[in-house]
Design a protein around this ligand. Structure first.
Ligand code: GLP
Length: 260
C-alpha cells in the first residue's frame, strides 16, 4: 500500500489522475473501474481537462462502475449512472456503449450481477479500480460485516451510510435502503487500486484501512493485502495515521519510480 498524503484534495486528485492518465496513454484499450460519491469528482475534473487538452483519449477505454442504488433508474438524478454521465462521461470522448453501471431496476438482480461480472471477465478484468471510502470504512457498498471474499450482489445499507448519503437527496427517507455492489473479492481482483479519501470525517476510516487489523468490519482494510494499492488523501483524512512521515517519503519514492 502506498499512502500519498497531500496538502489539499486538489493536489491529491491531480496526482491520482496522473496515474490514470498514464495508464490510458500506455494502454488506450484499458479497463477502468470507477467510483461515485463526492470524493472522486475533482479527479474526474482533472481527467476531463486532460482529455480536452488532447493529452489523453478515452475513445477505446472501457469502464465498469462499482455500484448502483437498487430501485433507482439510470435517469434518476441520484442514480450512479446519472452521476457518472454528468461528472465524467458527458464531458470526455468515451463511447457510452463502453461504460457500464449496474442496473438498479433489473428484473432479476442475480442475473444482473452475474452478467456484470462475466462482462468484466470477458474484457480481461479491471486494470485500475478507483475507490472512495465510507466514513465506516466501506468500499463500494461493502458495509461492515461484508465477507472479504464477497462478489457482486445486493446489499443493505447501514443507517450511517444512509445518513451520510442523505445530503444528496431531499430527505433521508428518499435514500434507497439497498444497492447492487461489487463485492470485496471482486474489487480485489483489479490489478491496481487507487483510493481517494478527503476530509476529517474520513480520518477514522483511513486509520482503520491503513493501520487497523484486516477485518470485515472495515472492508477497506483488505486493501492491505493488495500488492498495488495507492491511497491518495489530504492531511485531514491522514490525521490519525501513526506512520505519516514514513508513508510520505516512501510514496515520494514510489511516485518517482512510477513516472521515471
Ligand atoms: C457511497 C459509495 C462509495 C463512496 C462513499 C463515500 O457509499 N457507494 O463508493 O466511497 O459513498 O462517498 P463520498 O465520497 O461522498 O464521501
Amino acid at each position: 500500500m502506498e499512502i500519498v498524503i497531500c496538502k489539499t484534495k486538489e493536489e491529491a486528485s491531480r496526482k491520482a489522475a496522473d496515474l490514470i492518465a498514464a495508464l490510458v496513454k500506455a494502454d488506450p484499450k484499458c479497463v477502468l473501474g470507477l467510483a461515485t460519491g463526492s470524493t472522486p469528482v475533482e479527479m474526474y475534473k482533472c481527467l476531463i481537462a486532460d482529455n480536452k487538452a488532447k493529452k489523453i483519449s478515452f475513445k477505446t477505454v472501457k469502464t465498469w462502475n462499482l455500484d448502483e442504488y437498487w430501485g433507482l433508474a439510470g435517469t434518476h438524478d441520484q442514480s450512479y449512472r446519472y452521476f457518472m454521465d454528468k461528472n465524467l462521461f458527458d464531458s470526455i470522448d468515451i463511447n457510452k456503449k463502453n461504460t457500464h453501471v449496474l442496473n438498479g431496476l433489473a428484473k432479476d438482480w442475480r442475473k444482473e450481477v452475474k452478467a456484470y461480472e462475466a462482462a468484466i471477465e470477458k474484457a480481461g478484468g479491471i486494470d485500475l479500480q478507483v475507490l472512495g471510502i465510507g466514513s465506516d470504512g466501506h468500499i463500494a457498498f461493502n458495509e461492515p460485516g461484508s465477507a472479504l471474499t464477497s462478489r457482486t450482489r445486493i446489499v443493505s445499507l447501514t443507517p450511517q451510510t444512509i445518513k451520510d448519503n442523505a445530503r444528496f437527496f431531499k430527505k433521508a427517507a428518499d435514500v434507497p435502503r439497498q444497492a447492487l455492489s461489487m463485492g470485496v473479492g471482486s474489487i480485489m481482483e483489479a490489478r491496481r487500486i487507487v483510493l481517494l479519501a478527503f476530509g476529517e470525517n474520513k480520518a477514522e476510516a483511513v486509520k482503520g484501512m491503513v493501520e487497523g487489523g484486516i477485518s470485515q468490519f472495515c472492508t477497506a482494510s483488505v486493501l492491505q493485502l493488495h500488492d498495488d494499492a495507492w491511497i491518495f488523501c489530504d492531511e485531514a483524512a491522514a490525521k490519525k495515521l501513526k506512520l505519516k512521515k514514513y508513508y510520505a517519503w516512501r510514496a515520494e519514492e514510489a511516485l518517482k519510480a512510477e513516472f521515471a
